[in-house]
Design a protein around this ligand. Structure first.
Ligand code: GTP
Ligand code: MG
Length: 268
């Protein structure tokens, strides 16, 4: 074929993957028709039939994939920071990261608790923690260093900050919470999705994990004495965090080292 006759198709003109030849593509006007797969439905109502159910299920699935992409993006960026510190021979302020997407049952429960009608729009507008990332840091100073790095990231817009490190919850809970809108680059363009990032020291994380287990085991209610003991444990661990921070400063942990890998020293 003469290359000059070759017509370059735009991505939009190409047959979508999964569509069999001969099958009609959904025309834009069909998208709004009742029962159309991508049509706008009244989400507050129960689906009337299979087509409505599929519409809702697919839109919910798309929303969850958006939140999953947000979490992936945040985790990748954190990993980039981590590796960058490591390769420069500097102190790495991130010990480990984990993530979770809120379960559908928890989503429904939380909306009901807020007295908000169950709909896809309300899930996006009323809940900040569908996408959750937890960052565990070695020292207190690292929490704020990682916070600053995230805030300086172009795809990250800080919406709210809750400093439960300086102002712990009455339970004794300590963590630095960031609520942010994260830009996600999808095939259809750019979208933003809300994400909750919890930054904790190793000590704070150990307390929160055990306290959560203990409260869960006692079905959410503990005696005043136990609650008081839990606050005391939190204070002891915070005192340890402050001391560890001081020791690390004394030993120059936070100073930029910028030395080569150990092997360079070995071959000198
Ligand atoms: P939620 O409805 O619980 O999400 O509360 P919220 O929207 O007011 O947010 P908040 O700033 O209280 O942070 C909520 C999250 O922080 C929870 O989902 C937990 O992961 C964590 N958290 C808050 N308080 C405690 C606590 O007392 N103990 C433990 N273990 N975790 C807590
Ligand atoms: Mg929550």
């Amino acid at each position: 074929m003469d290359p000059r006759n070759f017509k370059l198709h735009s991505a939009k003109e190409l047959t979508p993957r999964g569509l069999c030849p001969g099958k009609r593509k959904l025309a834009p006007q069909d998208a709004q028709a009742p029962g159309a797969l991508w049509g706008a439905q009244a989400e507050g109502n129960l689906p009337a039939g299979p087509a409505d159910f599929l519409t809702l299920a697919l839109r919910f699935q798309q929303l969850i994939v958006l939140y999953e992409s947000t979490v992936k993006s945040v985790l990748t960026q954190l990993e980039i920071f981590q590796e960058d510190f490591r390769v420069k021979g500097a102190h790495v302020p991130i010990q480990s990261c984990s993530s979770r997407i809120k379960e559908p049952l928890s989503i429904v429960r939380k909306l009901r608790k807020q007295g908000v009608e169950l709909s896809l729009e309300n899930i996006q507008n009323s809940l900040n923690d569908i996408a959750g990332v937890r960052v565990i840091c070695p020292y207190l100073e690292d929490l704020y260093a990682v916070r600053d790095l995230l805030v300086s990231w172009r795809d990250f817009t800080l919406v709210e900050e809750k400093d439960y490190v300086r102002s712990p919850k009455p339970s004794g809970y300590r963590s630095l919470h960031l609520i942010a809108d994260v830009t996600v680059h999808l095939s259809s363009g750019v979208q933003k999705a809300r994400c909750e990032i919890q930054l904790r020291t190793i000590a704070m994380d150990s307390w929160a994990t055990l306290e959560h287990q203990l409260r869960y085991k006692s079905k959410g209610t503990v005696s005043a004495e136990v609650a008081n003991d839990l606050v005391k444990c939190s204070e002891m661990l915070f005192a340890s965090d402050l001391k560890m921070q001081q020791i690390a400063e004394t030993l120059g942990v936070f100073e930029q080292i910028n030395r080569g890998p150990e092997s360079i020293k070995f071959f000198r």
